[in-house]
Ligand binder design. Structure first.
Ligand SMILES: Nc1ncnc2c1ncn2[C@@H]1O[C@H](COP(=O)(O)OP(=O)(O)OP(=O)(O)O)[C@@H](O)[C@H]1O
Ligand SMILES: [Mg+2]
Length: 377
């Protein structure tokens, strides 16, 4: 595993030394997989789902064939079939015997193969004669992978399948029935669009109903993130005091990506000791870089929708979006219009409905940087 240049990477997985906590979540998923249970992993955006999947892969060890697929990159069922075969090929490439078996089988399908010039990964493209041929091929691939021993296929951003131009329920039904015939292969379904995924996995009408164990991850506890951050500074002979770490965690609202993003900057600027001013400068840089895309965002919606978005940002958390208090404070008119705007903002993944342990729910802006930027304006 490569070392990151900065101890706070903002993409990719660089091994357990650069991964904070998540011990309990990792163990729960590993235990499920080892005991033959498939997992659905839910979490809001940028909280660390993809990182956790790679962390789980790391801890499963060499005996497991770990296949990762970002379904968001598959715009159709055909893409999905090709991408899955490609991911499987790359996953087994570490074992010569398995690679040979998998390649021999693949070659019969006459794929166009190439190496990605950037990552070095193998790429492939197969022209399937029909959708049936496609399904039969994936079925054979799964059977072959199953014969290789313990394995896991992580289908990240799985809700993407609902955008394919096929009958989604029939694809779900098909995957579910294929899944049930496998002895050694387990699945992780992961995604951030809670309503789409939960409908798929918890509605009694859908094929995946009751077929997986649900796992969800939230913000990393502040104490854990604090000691992790301070330790990384210390290892590099730098110091960051508790107050400054608090400043970072508060600004980032505990969202993993934002904590990493700000720590990455602050770390790179720190000579010996981090200061409040240095953190402020880093935050301003982040705003400046995002400003153009936020202005474009405001042009992509109605004035009213932008006004509701700003109102939510100013409040931070909104428990009752149709309360008189909230509506009058921000001059939002009728509760029906607020609800319509909210529906739009939620569907665009700009606003997210979070559920507290107590069962109470609240709305918050998804992108904390956007939220802080709107608060500052
Ligand atoms: N436990 C962790 N410790 C340190 N960094 C982490 C941790 N989890 C995730 N990260 C980092 O935080 C960033 C966001 O994580 P990740 O991409 O896994 O989130 P995600 O939930 O999959 O996001 P998205 O919804 O955009 O797919 C990445 O840069 C990743 O390296
Ligand atoms: Mg992800």
């Amino acid at each position: 595993m490569n070392e990151p240049i900065n101890p706070f990477p903002i993409y990719g997985y660089f091994g357990p030394d650069y991964f904070c906590n998540r011990a309990q979540e990792t163990n729960a998923i590993i235990s499920a997989l080892k005991n033959g249970r498939n997992v659905t992993l839910y979490a809001p955006r940028r909280i660390g789902k993809t990182g956790l999947i790679h962390h789980v892969f790391h801890h499963l060890g060499k005996k497991w064939n770990c296949i990762y697929l970002d379904v968001q990159e598959s715009f159709s069922f055909k893409d999905f079939a090709n991408n899955l075969l490609e991911a499987a090929l790359n996953a087994v490439s570490k074992n010569k015997t398995l690679l040979k078996q998998f390649q021999d089988w693949l070659l019969m399908l006459r794929p166009v193969m190439s190496a990605n010039p950037h990552s070095g990964n193998l790429q492939l493209e197969i022209e399937f004669a029909s959708e049936n041929h496609q399904r039969a091929t994936v079925k054979e691939a799964l059977k072959l992978l199953d014969s290789f021993g313990p394995g896991v296929i992580a289908l990240d951003e799985f809700q993407q399948i609902t955008s394919w131009e096929v009958d989604t329920v029939s694809v779900e039904g098909w995957i579910r029935s294929e899944m049930q015939q496998l002895k050694n292969l387990r699945f992780i379904f992961s995604g951030s669009q809670y309503h789409l995924l939960s409908e798929m996995f918890t509605s009694a009408k859908r094929p995946f109903y009751a077929s997986t164990q649900a796992a969800s991850i939230g913000k990393i506890p502040a104490e854990d993130y604090t000691s992790y951050i301070r330790q990384h500074f210390k290892t590099n002979n730098l110091n960051i005091a508790q107050d400054e770490v608090n400043q970072i965690l508060t600004w980032a609202d505990g969202n993993t990506y934002n904590v990493q993003l700000l720590c990455n900057r602050v770390f790179s600027k720190t000579k010996k000791e981090t200061t409040r001013e240095l953190i402020d400068t880093s935050i301003l840089e982040i705003y400046a870089e995002n400003k153009l895309s936020y202005l474009a965002l405001s042009n992509s919606m109605s004035k009213y929708q932008w006004q509701v978005l700003t109102a939510i940002a100013l409040e931070g958390k909104v428990y009752q979006t149709t309360s008189k208090d909230f509506i009058t404070r921000h001059k939002l008119g009728s509760s029906a219009s607020v609800l319509r705007a909210l529906e739009f903002l939620t569907s665009r993944e700009l606003v997210y409905q979070y559920l507290e342990d107590t069962g109470k729910s609240y709305y918050e802006i998804y992108d904390i940087i956007l939220m802080r930027w709107l608060q500052k304006k």
